[in-house]
Unconditional design. Sequence first.
Length: 367
Amino acid sequence: MSTLFDPVQAGDLKLANRIVMAPLTRNRSPNAIPPDIAATYYAQRASAGLLITEATAISHQGQGYSDVPGLYGTEQLDSWKRVTEAVHAKGGKIVVQLWHVGRVSHNELQPGGGKPVAPSAITAKTKTVLIKDGVPTFVDTSEPRALDAGELPGIVHSYAVAARSAVETAGFDGVEVHGANGYLLDQFLKDGSNKRTDDYGGSIENRARLLLEVTRAVVDAVGGGKTGIRLSPVTPANDAYDADPQPLFDYVVKQLATLGLAYIHIIEGATGGPREIEDRPFDYEALKAAYREAGGKGAWMVNNGYDRPLAEEALKEGDDLVAFGKPFISNPDLVRRLRENAPLNPLDKATMYGGGAKGYTDYPALA
């Protein structure tokens, strides 16, 4: 019987334990360049079996929040290189999350002040973050424009370029395709946001097309064994909705099963909220079975509201990795605390988004 503290292989990634630091947006990267203290922040948490970085934009168009990092400029990659070197010096493994926000953006953040892009011109009923006079401020997202089909190959290419830059230039151990939480790839997947009538809308196969094209392109760029993907079948985050998510996501994971991915990362329930959503039932065991039966061998990673007892239960049910989010913000040594059943530091919510070292690199580890 595996424990949380046993090593595991996820594709090419040899992980020291089964505890993963989930991606956590912190809004501390002005001009999309991670700050010097980001190296300290991630290195402090390198005892996790795997670190997944905060969501990182693949292009300027992919930006949706103030002061989030990117992978499309030399200074950005140089700064990430310092992060990966610091994590590797501590014996850790780190992958970067590849992000295109789609419609969850604001004109102020887009190239030339243009409209955010989306599968269809439907505004997301959600907020984004702009920094106003140094203060993170929640504002409504801007009205998007529908992407022309001719623009999609360029977006697929941007993912591949970002993945290659991340691994070859910035030194990441791999990448995670962000297909979750109501961002671009999830917007194409779900019928609440995708009203297209071309090859990228309508049927399940069409709505899944962009996500699969992106994932295949990333695999071609860096190898399946260095590629993971994050999915959130029923989260309402960022106005995400699909009328019938089970057959949609069963289809998606069956297609992903053929790509030799390192892992599949599933957000169970509402991101950062309840694990069960009354009007959005979903069978996660059936999803995992669909992936395995289609030949998928990647590690199965679960996420959302886990503590040690729930995580141990997940391993008993055949899950391979458990991702912890907010507890890693306030507990750099979370692995040790879980192992010793030690109390956790409380989270300072006021410093989660934006700011400097306070609430970022100053949480104490156990003596």
